[in-house]
Design a protein around this ligand. Sequence first.
Ligand code: TTP
Ligand code: MG
Length: 392
Amino acid sequence: MSFVLFRLEKNVNHHPQLLVLVRSHLQDRIVMLVDLDYFFAQAEETRNPSIRDKPVVVCVYSGRSEDSGAVSTANYAARKFGVRSGMPIGLAKQKLENADAVFLPVDDAFYEDISKRIMSFLRGYADSFEQVGIDEAYLDVSRRIKGSYEEAAELARRIKIEIVTSDGLTCSIGVGPNKIVAKIASDIHKPDGLTVVKPQQVTEFFSPLSVDRLIGVGVKTTEKMRALGINTIGDLAKHDVQRLIDVFGKKVGLYFHNASSGVDNDPVQERAEAESVSRISTLKEDTRELRLIIEKTDRQCKEIEAELKQGCLTFKTVTIIAIMKNMSVRSRSKSLENKTSSVDVLIKTVYELFEKFLEQSDLEIRRVGVKVSGFARDEKSQQQLTSFIEKD
Ligand code: TTP
Ligand code: MG
């Protein structure tokens, strides 16, 4: 079959509809997308339930001045005031003036711990599993539930209950015949949503939705589409595929045509690379002396570098972890301007983070750790759609 597909792809400029037809009949699958609701902010609510009814804004502080930095995410109470991910903290504060809002710094280590636990049991529910972000994963459940959408809905309900029971978090789940349908279904009734779209319902479900709901249709593409008279996914599906190819190129044009028709054969598959690599160890004695800490973390950085080399990975985020004398756990992170694999950059960043951390705390430290994350993906494994479509 792959041979036939290859031949068709080669001739697709002449017969694009053929490829669409072949793709749509390749497989009958049931795919689920599980996305945790307002994840970082909800995680903070579980740690401190007294903030649950207030607007909660989780921020990445740049440290240059008190309010410099950006909103990472906000709970739905804050979103009602117009607060959004990526917004400057100062602007979010203006919007929430007199709203008794809570502003908190991101605590990546805490969220990753929750995420790892949830992802690991989600993986157990899937024939194949693909985590696509800290709070989001696709599950192909076709075999497990023997192709029954009723059973898929039942499984989704069980998963929702399990996540609430284990970690006190709500999520939104979309169920459909492929990843594109599952993703849009999961987004449509947030928070705490469950939306099942059977194959025969896809056209009706997609038609009225705005094109920017499709992955890869950002601000610029939406503008271009509007100029072509395309506003809804239904408009896009009806648009001549050859004209889409003329405007957006072969790959992207075909992707838009297939996606808007609810056709997507992208498999759910485990992503090979780790999300983070870390080392943690106990100091010879409880201390606040930078030199003793750095002696330990320098070694950790070199071990991390060796592990990253094996996987040809570069990293973007550096986190230091300090377990204090009283066993409380603290962490500080820095996002680098550019991805790197340099151990010197790692060592320097860890040094700066600990230097600053020691100024802010007065307890002695018992254990220290270093973690790197935000890895670049191996170019060769990026054969999927997301590698060429617009991200904004
Ligand atoms: P999302 O799932 O996109 O957003 P969310 O979980 O906060 O909200 P929703 O209910 O709409 O799913 O992102 C997951 C986490 O990733 C989010 O909690 C914080 C982080 N994040 C950022 O740090 N910056 C960003 O711009 C976005 C979009 C997310
Ligand atoms: Mg989410």
